[in-house]
Write a protein that binds this ligand. Structure first.
Ligand code: AN0
Ligand code: CP
Length: 316
């Protein structure tokens, strides 16, 4: 596995999932695999879980880690080609990225979409600059359109908690006060379908995701109907793909609460976090016995460790 930017980079998905589950049982079996290897974690946007879990995973493999908060601590990066750089951007991403590649053996990058220009975001401008100029393997820490480390952790969590071979998994849109990326739901859909799971996606009309990610899922505009007999409910807000980045209607009645949960088959409730309580998911669910959100965040370590270990094994 040269890079890890989407499920399409994974040569054998069941094998990677098994590896993550095995690492969870024995996390310290390969503490020298990464000796004298450096992982760079480059954040152009905030993070709690991705930052800490990926760092922990690298430490479990004996790697050194350099965390760089580009948005706060570094020069503002230009990404456009051929521009006269007489504005507020001090450095072109081409040089910055190539330089970072000199200091590291594997690099992770988080780069959110601007949510203004659909084509630019879905072209994955920043991620592609890394892929082109860094010269070392790249791990996505959430790009404009995908969050593969999250999705792998979600797959691990479902594998641990499922009671039937093919559980009913529902990804439901929920309200939010801000315009959020489609990366988490895009990626979740893509990974669940690649893993041959039974996926229903519920959202109000106007919040359709790009069908590049959802082909094979059942789409439902009636949230209550979608939730019937669900074994897992993945709650997440996203802004409109069609009317790109817009939050035209907030649909407050889509908040996931106890009443909604009663429609399910005692579903486990998932969310990537951070979650706004009583906007996206009600207190009684997050504080109750059906919430899987902490286990899910815990599994981020083992997802990241499986990915880093696979890359390091490929370098031996
Ligand atoms: C981000 C998102 O929805 O993509 C990060 C989630 C991991 N969420 C927020 O900005 C609240
Ligand atoms: N779920 C997730 O990626 O969280 P952070 O944004 O805190 O890293």
């Amino acid at each position: 596995m040269k890079n890890f930017t989407s499920v399409h980079d994974v040569p054998d998905l069941p094998k990677l999932l098994q590896k993550a589950l095995e690492i969870k049982k024995y996390p310290l079996q390969n503490t020298t695999l990464g000796t004298h290897k450096t992982l760079g974690l480059i954040f152009l946007n905030p993070s709690l879980r991705t930052r800490m879990s990926t760092q922990k995973a690298a430490y479990n493999l004996g790697m050194n880690v350099i965390v760089m908060n580009m948005d706060k601590d570094s020069w503002a990066l230009e990404t456009r080609e051929g521009v006269i750089m007489d504005g507020d951007k001090a450095e072109h991403a081409k040089e910055a990225v190539a330089v970072m590649g000199e200091y590291c053996d594997i690099i992770g990058v988080r780069s959110f979409p601007g949510l203004k220009d659909k084509e630019a975001d879905y072209r994955e401008e920043m991620l592609n600059i890394f892929l082109k100029y860094v010269g070392i393997p790249v791990v996505s820490l959430e790009s404009a359109t995908r969050h593969p480390l999250q999705s792998l952790a979600d797959l691990v969590t479902i594998a641990e908690l499922k009671k039937v071979e093919k559980p009913k998994i529902v990804l439901t849109w929920a309200p939010h006060i801000k315009a959020l990326p489609q990366a988490v739901p895009n990626s979740f859909a893509e990974w669940m379908l690649a893993a041959d799971h039974d996926l229903t996606i519920a959202h109000p009309e106007g919040y359709e995701l790009s069908d590049e990610f959802t082909k094979g899922a059942t789409i439902e505009h009636d949230q209550s109907k979608a939730l019937e007999d669900a074994d897992f409910v993945y709650v997440k807000n996203w802004s409109s793909f069609k009317d790109y980045g817009a939050v035209s209607n907030r649909f407050p009645d889509w908040t996931f609460d106890h009443k909604k949960h009663q429609l399910t088959a005692e579903a486990k409730v998932m969310h990537c976090l951070p979650v706004r309580r009583n906007v996206v998911i009600a207190d009684e669910i997050l504080d109750g016995q059906h919430s899987a959100v902490i286990q899910q965040a815990g599994n981020r370590v083992f997802a990241a460790q499986a990915v880093l270990q696979t890359m390091l094994e490929g370098m031996e």
